[in-house]
Design a protein around this ligand. Sequence first.
Ligand code: FAD
Length: 407
Amino acid sequence: MIIGGGFGGLTAARSLRTAPVSVTLVDRRNHHVFQPLLYQVATAALSPGDIAYPIRSILRKQKNTEVLLAEIAAIDLSRRELQFTGGSISYDYLIVGAGAAHSYFGHDDWEKSAPGLKTLEDALEIRRRFLLAFEEAEREPDPARRQKLLTFVLVGGGPTGAELAGAMAEISRTVLVGDFRVVDPRQARIILLEAGPRILPTFPEGLSAKASAALTRLGVEVRIGSPVTGIGPGFVDVGAERLEAGTILWSAGVAAAPVARSLGIPLDRAGRVPVEPDLSIPGHPEVFVIGDLAAFLHQTGKPLPGVAQVAIQQGRYAATAIARRVSGQPSAGPFHYRDPGNLAVLGRGAAIADLGRVRLSGFPAWLFWCFVHILYLIGFRNRFIVMFEWAWAYFRNERGARLITGN
Ligand SMILES: Cc1cc2nc3c(=O)[nH]c(=O)nc-3n(C[C@H](O)[C@H](O)[C@H](O)COP(=O)(O)OP(=O)(O)OC[C@H]3O[C@@H](n4cnc5c(N)ncnc54)[C@H](O)[C@@H]3O)c2cc1C
């Protein structure tokens, strides 16, 4: 059994295609989402179908694998059983790749005013709020209220916040210009709030400074050392200062998928499952936890980052471990993550890339980013069509039908 058709679960399923096992992959959604391009959907550069694909179709040719649409409510370790509404299913081996969700650091009431970006539905909701803000501003006679509608606050200066801020600034300063009669979209304020001393803290300082400068050039107000203390309808509090904003988006924290709690073992502060060096859980060598849900501390002493490559490599490792075990081969040794680097894109033609000894910024980093993302758009409609549509939207400053709200 594999829970989750994300990067980790899907890689595990595909890696088991020739193993003498029957695989069932369960997901509560019928599609895999290429999350690194979600913000492109949220900012109308891509359509949902460009970055999501039915899990069933991806695994169609894999004869030893079936797909089940169900939300797993609990994992019963002693009975080796998964429970979902309307049934249960047993397993010999289990790979849990249920990913992560947003965390509002104990302020769940903030979510309504400040949605996050994790699913296709989130991306479409963000796109709707972003585009409707300009429409509402166009018919708002009061200049102060108009400016509030055109103020967008992003909470959290990690990759998602920085990438969204860059794309929003770019659309308002290029794509939408000329479409309105009353408002000037260039007057939109895009404010990126970061509690820490710099944005993109997982990158080396030099690259994060370059990213900050690139965003500032695009017109984003980057505010570091600005912890948010309150969020409500139309406002964000940063200490004693209140920012009035028509649109607030959350990109500050993630928490592991709730299904981990049903394992009944101690989790870390973010709700992740501390795993053994072979990704199994203590006392249960038949259960592996991978990707965003796992806290793997055996390499650096800190959990590995919540990125697609960790999930992919762990999915492959867990599948291989199971295949070796069922065919009586010895274990392949502990899991080891090979870090291929870190990338973030900051608007049209600008990005940063930390590839270990090589560090890139600006256009070369952006070209590299394009190459990597297209390469990994596995099993999608046609990665070249997606690349073409996306490049077209960027170079022509066009979004076409994707500017329709509700699309
Ligand atoms: C906006 C955004 C941008 C990102 N950008 C990048 C990037 O540029 N580069 C990068 O490397 N990483 C990026 N990431 C992180 C990357 O997408 C994750 O690290 C990766 O998706 C983790 O893979 P996973 O398999 O652990 O979980 P996911 O890919 O999240 O998959 C989890 C799956 O489990 C399913 N599921 C969850 N709970 C249940 C349940 N109870 N029952 C059944 N199914 C369930 C979900 O529906 C989902 O399909 C980004 C993430 C986001 C949100």
